[in-house]
Design a protein around this ligand. Structure first.
Ligand code: F6R
Length: 368
């Protein structure tokens, strides 16, 4: 079943390009987005004035990515909330609220309870799910299925890139509906999204280098991850993978938060991964993150930067630079996450751990 791979996780990471491509299939055609999946809520979508994304773990990090894209393109306000917090805090919902749940398995009890609650309160529920006919899609008003294929390894990898892709499609659909992006802008984004699978293939080719890095770090006790804007959920995802797979204390931060406390953790030898925003990003976050790298290097930390190809500014300061191909800045996280998935897996393997079945975890969490 593993088809010659050392683990299901290795196989599933190798399927990340396909997970994106299959999720786009038939939905991104001729420079436009076609989401027939939304037919059951087509009328109601026109009156939506707010979106709340609910999910747990890795799916919630995909949700943050979706928030940034959907808000930028459609100008609808989007919140992301952990499903288990949402359900129990008496959230304000009405029939103009669209709740978007994200779940690979479609069976996560925390997310299911939140979906049921949202519908009881009169919200529309759209679910993004990887498992046909699972409980969450059955309890929802509409479903966008991700087509990542079955995910067996406990740690979610290919489902994450597929969830990001589905959220990008939703954002482009809403922008089309609301007229907040020109059709030329949408066509450019659709073309760029369709080029992502081939770019992920190129990132996968750097796997051996990441394996070597992970091999050197098998004794590491703590790893920090910094990212900004759409790099922020990628930092959270990188940290979660190290915790669950390699049992290493890891934390992801928004890079801007560094000076508000976490910089006190930086000491000689501390390993810090930094997801560097594109130098082409219109928000000019690139120089800010490069100066974060200088600050942590000055305190003796070891920096591993994930940066766009041709980004020369990070080279003098980082100990290692892992390059990713150029893409629209909002889509780059689908590339930047790949080395972190490989890193988590390889570090666990270097420690002799079971990559597919980490201790204390189950593939789907069917209890609250
Ligand atoms: C992390 C991981 C978990 C799941 C979370 C939600 O690698 O796998 O954090 O993402 O339990 O699971 P689903 O998507 O099935 O609802």
């Amino acid at each position: 079943e593993k088809g010659g791979w050392s683990s299901f996780m290795a196989k599933e990471i190798s399927e990340e390009p396909e997970a994106v491509a299959k999720t786009l299939l038939g939905r991104a055609v001729d420079g436009a987005v076609h989401l027939d999946d939304l037919d059951p809520i087509r009328e109601r979508l026109l009156t939506v004035n707010r979106i709340i994304i609910i999910a747990c773990g890795t799916a919630a990090y995909a949700g943050i990515l979706g928030k940034y894209a959907i808000e930028q393109w459609s100008r609808l306000p989007v919140e992301v909330e952990l499903a288990h917090e949402f359900r129990y805090r008496d959230p304000v919902l009405d029939d103009h609220t669209l709740v978007v749940s994200i779940s690979q398995s479609g069976e996560t009890m925390d997310t299911l309870m939140a979906v049921k609650y949202a519908r009881e309160q009169g919200a529309q529920v759209l679910s993004i799910c990887n498992t046909q006919g699972a409980t969450i899609p059955r309890e929802s008003d509409a479903v966008i299925y991700t087509h990542a294929g079955p995910e067996v390894a406990v740690a979610s990898t290919k489902a994450f890139v597929a969830q990001g892709t589905a959220l990008f499609l939703l954002g482009l659909h809403l922008a089309t509906l609301r007229g907040t992006l020109s059709s030329e802008a949408i066509a450019d984004l659709v073309d760029d999204l369709k080029a992502i699978p081939e770019k992920i293939e190129r990132v996968l080719e750097t796997g051996d280098r990441i394996k070597t890095l992970a091999g050197w770090m098998a004794d590491t006790r703590s790893v920090l991850f910094l990212g900004r804007h759409v790099g922020y959920p990628i930092a959270l995802e990188g940290a979660l993978k190290l915790k669950e797979l390699a049992y290493i204390h890891a934390e992801g931060f928004a890079a801007g938060e560094l000076k508000h406390g976490p910089i006190a953790l930086i000491e000689p030898g501390q390993i810090v991964f930094v997801i560097v925003p594109s130098p082409r990003d219109p928000r000019s976050l690139h120089p800010k993150v490069v100066s974060n790298i200088q600050e942590i290097r000055a305190r003796g930390a070891r920096v591993i930067a994930i940066a766009e190809e041709g980004d020369a500014a990070v080279l003098p300061f980082a100990d290692e630079v892992l390059h990713i191909p150029l893409a629209s800045p909002l889509f780059e996280p689908l590339l930047a996450v790949v080395p972190l998935h490989i890193f988590g897996m390889e570090l666990a393997a270097a420690k002799g751990l079971d990559v597919d079945q980490p201790r204390n975890l189950a593939k789907s969490v069917t209890v609250e």
